[in-house]
Design a protein around this ligand. Structure first.
Ligand code: MCN
Ligand code: MOS
Length: 743
């Protein structure tokens, strides 16, 4: 990615001037010109097009596939069924990237919408038409679709937590409440349709794929098709969003790659919008029970949180619904229990803020209810129960500016002017509601690598097989590299999205900025060490004898920190030593939390929402949002803000609209289009006031924490709490329906 002329310039050449600045996206001009190549834009010579035939029963077996009519159509290259499809290996199972089984290996139908055949034709239109003509006969069984039909089982990676004595905590309380909540299935629905374009060159495989994690797709292809890793290249320079739908090696990817091998030509498979509801995961539905107990003065004496999520037979739900409950509030007695059922349904997966979004909905609404029971201001209730440390372990967070988030949010929102009585605040024909909620999201760092090379002219190329899913990776990593190397952003060419580059972790779990930032930091340190080795040992160098701690990289030069006049440029060092370039590689792994004596912190935040409701017609408008987040050191204020705004819109969708409707009896998605599955449009979204608090987090060298998902967390409960304040109606099942608001 070549940067355009920077808007801001480094007038002084002062250290670290780029990180934090609201630099425009370096890929912006390419994107607005329509010149950024997305996977769906890839066209290869001789390429054929594939279309899925999907199961129209909820469970059972494929008895026969009659492809005669399809094969008779002009342009049809072939039809693959479970009988003709190659037998393939199993994909690797890695945390957050769990893969469902490879498709078309047998006659089993595990859910409505599962691929049962693949049509390949010369054009996408021919493939689509032919797919319609493939007749599949089934031996159908009744699918189990309701949570009550399943056997609850624990999630291996979401342990139950217990601390203290919950029964005793309940007994000593002045006030107790038990509330039941549910959240529906939500669909990630990035605008960019997911697609795979595959080409085999002998035993070498070239894949263009919409993924948030090319390194995992590469590994999956190698294992499934039994070829060495080095034979597989996966590219994804641009991605039209993901929201978690691009984290996993979904079955359709293997279909395209296998078809390319079978027919000996490149094959492109683009999912349709309805298939985006069935092939790439979703936020699974939950039912939750929260029991709270507190003293009259609002000290929590017991918290119990039970959650049940709905997964698929071949892929359990991701869970983590209860993960935050034991960590946030300083309550001595806590129990969390999380179970999942595996039903004959579509694969669940992560969707922005997975777990926290649903779990903190229940917890934060229950806390609002407790605040009303106690007659204590909801914000004050949270302050009184604030835990300055990780409440379950007692270990300090690497950073936590939650109290500051409360203060800043309350101040900006004008919370002090709130009359707590439901229905008490009116404006003309509308009733106003003010609600708030806490938000937290876990901190993650994954192993990640990057390579930097500085050329003879002193400019740098920085590479990593990471992705920019709309987040701003291109831009922030350009800024960070410029600072670490002492260059202007215009002298840094950062590129990503190609597994020929150093292996990278996923754009997922809001971890990429932290992980890749650390990798680039390590690569830059290694490069500077190499430069110092050369210069320090060279009697002709002004840096002769200097050690790393004596020097800094500023203005394209390595110079002595105590005397900026003494130093030399990268170009001079390269030239004098007869080199072609200077190279630094770096692989960064997370710091050892135990050794550091801290818990790696994720984001913390406070959400304040105003709703306006016309109770005559049940119309609800979110009219104001103040959203305050601690995301550590911000790499780019404008992009971080944009992350929070986008996530807030997701939270509004979760509260007001989003609900995948599954046909009882068949498991069919009944509203799998943008006409039927509602998401917020511009008119549903007010101006959103975004503020950041906190400072650099010591857990990672860049000081950054994740910001991609935390913005969604807490929005839905704040809206629900505002609705109660406006109407006295307590919504515990999402989404909110307008009939509930009539009155
Ligand atoms: N950033 C920053 N300062 C920080 C941390 C991040 O300025 N301290 C900015 C950077 O621009 C960075 C972005 O925020 O590129 C996101 O960084 P991070 O929080 O590390 O998240 P990831 O790069 O891992 O991206 C994934 C994350 C997730 S998990 C989902 S889901 C999600 C999200 O980001 N999906 C998105 N944000 C999205 N934004 C868009 N436009 N589209 C999606 O699909
Ligand atoms: Mo985000 S749901 O972890 O891709």
């Amino acid at each position: 990615m070549t940067t355009t002329a920077p808007r801001e310039t480094t007038a002084t050449g002062a250290k670290a001037p780029w990180v934090g600045r609201p630099l425009d996206r370096v890929d912006g001009p390419l994107k607005v010109a329509g010149a950024a190549p997305y996977t769906t834009d890839v066209t290869l010579p001789g390429m054929a097009h594939a279309a899925l035939v999907t199961a129209t029963i909820g469970k059972g077996r494929v008895m026969a596939v009659d492809a005669a009519a399809a094969l008779a159509l002009p342009g049809v290259v072939g039809v693959l069924t479970h009988e003709s499809f190659p037998r393939l290996g199993a994909p690797p199972q890695v945390a957050f990237g769990w893969a469902p089984p490879v498709p078309l290996q047998d006659d089993r139908v595990a859910f409505h919408g599962q691929p049962v055949a693949l049509v390949v034709a010369e054009t996408p239109q021919q493939a689509t038409e032919a797919a319609r003509l493939v007749h599949v006969s089934y031996d159908a069984e009744d699918p189990r679709l309701d949570a009550a039909d399943g056997e609850p089982e624990p999630l291996a990676y979401v342990p139950d937590t217990v601390r203290g004595d919950v029964a005793a905590g309940q007994a000593e309380a002045d006030v107790r409440l038990e509330r039941h909540f549910s959240t529906p299935e939500n669909m990630n629905n990035p605008l960019g349709l997911m697609a795979t374009v595959a080409a085999w060159h002998g035993d070498k495989l070239d894949v263009h794929d919409t993924t948030q994690w090319p390194t995992l797709v590469r590994q999956s292809m190698a294992e499934v098709f039994d070829v060495p890793l080095s034979a597989v290249r996966v590219r994804v320079p641009y991605l039209g969003g993901g929201f978690g739908a691009g984290l996993n090696p979904w079955p359709y990817k293997f279909l395209a790659v296998a078809a390319a091998r079978v027919y000996g030509r490149p094959v492109k498979l683009v999912l349709t919008r309805p298939q985006m509801f069935t092939q790439v995961g979703h936020r699974p539905n939950t039912t939750q029970t929260v029991r709270l107990a507190a003293t009259r003065d609002g000290r929590l004496t017991a918290i119990e949180h039970r959650a049940l999520t709905v997964g698929a037979v071949d892929r359990p739900a991701v869970g983590l619904i209860t993960a935050a409950t034991s960590q946030i509030y300083a309550c001595p007695n806590v129990s969390t229990v999380e179970r999942t059922v595996r039903l004959d349904r579509r694969y669940p997966a992560s969707m922005r803020g997975p777990g926290e979004a649903e779990g903190e909905f229940a917890l934060e609404v229950a806390l609002d209810e407790l605040a009303y029971e106690l007659g204590i201001d909801p914000l004050e209730l949270r302050r009184r129960n604030h835990s300055p440390v990780h409440a379950q372990t007692g270990v300090p967070w690497s950073s936590n500016a939650l109290l500051e988030a409360y203060d800043v949010g309350a101040e900006r929102f004008g919370w002090a002017d709130r009359d707590p009585r439901p229905g008490s605040m009116r404006d003309g024909g509308e009733v106003l509601g003010w609600g708030m909620a806490t938000a937290t999201y876990g901190g993650f760092q994954m192993p990640c690598s990057a390579r930097i090379s500085v050329a003879t002219d002193g400019t740098a190329s920085v590479r990593s097989a990471a992705t920019d899913i709309g987040t701003g990776t291109y831009t922030v990593m350009t800024q960070l590299s410029a600072d670490l190397l002492g260059l202007d952003v215009a002298q840094v060419d950062f590129d990503l999205g190609d597994t020929d580059m150093p292996a990278a972790s996923q754009a997922g779990g809001s971890s990429l900025a932290v992980s890749l930032g650390h990798a680039i930091h390590t690569a830059a340190e290694n490069l500077l060490a190499r430069v110092l080795d050369l210069a320090s040992a060279d009697p002709d160098s002004p840096l002769h004898g200097a050690r790393r701690e004596d020097v800094e990289a500023v203005g394209g030069r390595i110079r002595r920190s105590d005397d900026p006049r003494v130093g030399e440029s990268y170009a001079d060092i390269i030239a004098r030593h007869g080199l072609l370039q200077l190279v630094g590689e770096g692989t960064a792994t997370p710091a050892d939390a135990a050794r550091m004596g801290m818990v790696q912190a994720g984001g913390f935040g406070a959400r304040f929402v105003e709703v306006r409701i016309d109770r005559l017609i049940g119309r609800l408008r979110v009219s104001r949002v103040v959203t305050v987040t601690d995301a550590g050191r911000l790499l780019n204020e404008k992009l971080a803000r944009s992350q929070i705004i986008g996530a807030t819109v997701g939270g509004i969708g979760m509260a007001l609209f989003e609900d995948v409707v599954t046909d009882a009896g068949t498991g069919r998605v009944a509203n799998g289009t943008f006409g039927d599955y509602l998401v917020p449009v511009s008119a549903d979204v007010p101006d959103i006031e975004v503020a950041f608090v906190g400072g650099p987090d010591p857990f990672t060298p860049t000081g950054a924490k994740g910001v991609g998902e935390i913005g969604l967390v807490g929005v839905a409960p704040a809206i629900v709490n505002a609705v109660f304040h406006a109407t006295g109606v307590r919504v515990r099942d999402l989404p909110i329906h307008l009939e509930q608001l009539l009155g």
